[in-house]
Design a protein around this ligand. Structure first.
Ligand code: FES
Length: 210
């Protein structure tokens, strides 16, 4: 079995940077997106979730302590408040930096009944990793998750913003080949799609042009 990138416990918390060492990394466009989003809400506190999606995209798919601190600074909130939100929702990657593609396998009741553990075991065997681990080449992260709210397609997987189901072992093999050939991170793509949805069409055009 290949060596794995060792990952800490799922509830490992990102380490906050020292305030005077914080280097802001939002691009100019990201800062403009956040400014546009601020106008959607009566107060900055309400803007935390979209701001975290922008940060997740800008920091390469992972909310490090620096990413959380930058959101806190830009929204005039405390680090603890933003970290509390970021670590509550499983869609934000705070425990570890995911691989280029994160494959989430639902093993909740409907998917379980329809063979989710056959798919889970197949993926673990093919990738040589378990829950919350990333392959040595950094391409895949595997996670077992609760109901993805697509029970009619059980057993179902999520990769980036795609739900795929019902899946068989042969579908999984095809999916892995397809993802290996895709140089773009589906983790970052998903964050970008969510930001795009939250910033309205005219605002997106004003920030990005075209
Ligand atoms: S049980 Fe798997 S999507 Fe609901």
């Amino acid at each position: 079995m290949s060596e794995l990138i060792q990952i800490g416990a799922q509830n490992q918390r990102p380490k906050p940077p020292k305030r005077d060492e914080l280097e802001l990394k939002f691009s100019e466009q990201a800062a403009k997106e956040l400014d546009a989003l601020r106008t959607h809400y009566p107060e900055e506190k309400a803007c935390v979730l979209p701001a975290l999606w922008i940060a997740q995209r800008e920091y390469g798919g992972y909310l490090s302590g620096e990413a959380i601190a930058e959101v806190a600074l830009r929204l005039n909130r405390s680090y603890a408040e933003i970290e509390g939100v970021a670590t509550f929702y499983s869609m934000y990657n705070t425990a570890h930096r995911p691989g280029r593609h994160k494959i989430e396998v639902c093993t909740c009741l409907s998917c379980h009944v329809c063979g989710a553990y056959r798919i889970w075991d197949h993926l673990r065997a093919k990738l040589g990793i378990g829950h919350g681990e990333t392959t040595e080449d950094g391409v895949f992260t595997l996670e077992e998750v609760e109901c993805l709210d697509a029970c009619d397609r059980a057993p179902v997987l999520q990769v980036g913003d795609r739900y795929i189901g019902p899946v068989t072992e042969a579908d999984v093999d095809r999916l892995l080949d397809e993802l290996r050939a895709n140089p773009n991170s589906t983790v970052i793509q998903m964050a970008n799609e969510i930001v795009k949805t939250q910033v309205s069409g005219p605002e997106w055009q004003a920030v990005h042009g075209g």
